[in-house]
Design a protein around this ligand. Sequence first.
Ligand code: AMP
Ligand code: ZN
Length: 110
Amino acid sequence: MDCIFCKIAAGEIPSKKLYEDDAVLAFADIEPKAPVHVLVIPKQHLPSAAAVTAETADVVGHIYTVIASLCAENGWNSYRVVTNVGPDAGQTVPHLHFHILAGRTLGEMG
Ligand code: AMP
Ligand code: ZN
């Protein structure tokens, strides 16, 4: 599949990894919008949060445990977790990903 995040998950495209296990990878965003900008993805290709079903919900729960541990370990105690769905929301990569943003005051959503 011609998906940049699948290729990052497979190690075919390099990334700055912060956490990895069998199901999940966390890596630095290449164009950070905040001092801390990390992306957390399932290794399995899911197009977006809109594609999550009862069969794939476990990996989303697991991603949130990874986010909580990663942030606690790094001392990021105030942060925002965002997932964009579709172009109007700003989704540019069609592989489910959660942004972790921290390290500055984050403005209002919208
Ligand atoms: P979104 O716009 O919500 O789909 O988020 C996609 C994010 O992926 C953006 O913040 C990009 O900066 C980031 N991104 C795109 N290509 C790469 C890459 N090769 N390595 C790391 N981050 C990337
Ligand atoms: Zn993919």
